[in-house]
Write a protein that binds this ligand. Structure first.
Ligand SMILES: Nc1ncnc2c1ncn2[C@@H]1O[C@H](COP(=O)(O)OP(=O)(O)O)[C@@H](O)[C@H]1O
Ligand SMILES: [Mg+2]
Length: 312
């Protein structure tokens, strides 16, 4: 494979859920390529099929038409080697295992050696220093999402699929993670697809932004992001940054004067399926660890400090 060949190629992918009488067309003729080492952000209205597309790329869901190839093979090939990590909207942690053990389990499932030092380092990076021995039910929704991000990165995957991983993370932590996480996967380098409902986040992190239409989801635009790297929070104020945010907002039909509305982390029909399909590839919850998750999806700044207080 030449260096310019895409790692992931999505060709004419369509997806129809359900039977003959009641069916939902989630995706229609989606074409997408992910360049090796690039981060592609996927933005689109709620329910347009972003999570579905991510699961098809991960090999967890079958396309009704079209095909996905990774390195020229079916997604299962890369996945069976533990080279694909997925962070779902729902963190899908095992509630009876500690935070460190949830992260470490991903290494085990990928057939790798235990690496407590790396687990500890990643937990520090995502701001969970001191929570190694806590169990998921003791954490806020935002903290659980950060565990899931650490679990994704611990195996140093070639392909990282992130589905609104910061949905329940409070704004300040989210900004910090937006700056501190990319070096972790750029060092390797890792090919990444990030679903986000935050346009500024997409511009800050991505090399290219793919904009999807309302359901059935189609790709309506691809916007290259040529801002220099490493990206810093200060760039959030540059005219180039704002021009890109406006361009993507216009493509999405977002009213610039209205606050951007996003997908609530615990809403919509895809989440039940996320839970059902989730564990295996995420390297974590083979069983359903999500019972307590929904309730903690909002207001995680308060939750975080409450949990920290309870610990102290
Ligand atoms: N397993 C499923 N069975 C039936 N319908 C589904 C399933 N998963 C998703 N859908 C439907 O497909 C559409 C796209 O869902 P999803 O991919 O979760 O959208 P997004 O992530 O963009 O919000 C929605 O209408 C959703 O209800
Ligand atoms: Mg989704």
């Amino acid at each position: 494979m030449g260096t310019d060949a895409p790692l992931v190629s999505v060709a004419h992918v369509g997806k129809v859920f359900g039977g003959r009488r009641r069916s939902v067309e989630a995706l229609q003729d989606v074409d997408l390529t992910l360049r090796p080492g690039a981060l592609t952000a996927l933005v689109g209205p709620s329910g347009c099929g972003k999570s579905t597309l991510l699961r098809i790329i991960a090999g967890l869901e079958r396309a009704s038409s079209g095909a996905v190839t990774i390195d020229g093979a079916a997604p299962d090939v890369l996945r069976s080697r533990g080279d694909i990590s997925v962070a779902f909207q729902d963190p899908n942690l095992l509630p009876w295992r500690t935070v460190a053990s949830n992260v470490g389990l991903a290494l085990k499932l990928a057939g790798r050696e235990p690496d407590p030092a790396r687990v500890g380092e990643l937990l520090r990076t995502v701001g969970l220093d001191g929570f190694e021995k806590a169990r998921p039910p003791q954490l806020s929704g935002g903290m659980r999402q950060r565990v899931a991000i650490a679990r994704c990165l611990v195996t140093r995957p070639r392909l990282l699929l992130l589905d609104e991983p910061f949905g329940a993370v409070d704004e300040l932590t989210r900004r910090r993670l937006n700056v501190e996480l990319p070096p972790l996967w750029q060092a390797r380098p890792t090919t990444a697809l990030l679903v986000t409902h935050s346009i500024p986040e997409a511009v800050l992190l991505a090399d290219e932004i793919v904009v999807m239409s309302d359901r059935p989801g189609r790709v309506v635009a691809r916007v290259p992001v040529d801002l220099p790297r490493p990206r810093r929070a200060a760039q959030l104020h540059s005219p180039e940054f704002h021009a890109l945010v406006d361009e993507v907002g216009d493509l999405l039909g977002v009213d610039r004067d209205a606050p951007a509305s996003g997908d609530a982390p615990a809403s919509g029909g895809g989440e039940a399926a996320d839970r059902a399909a989730g564990g295996g590839a995420a390297g974590g919850g083979a069983a359903d660890g999500s019972a307590a998750d929904g309730s903690a999806a909002g207001g995680s700044a308060a939750d975080d400090s409450a949990a920290a207080g309870a610990r102290a």
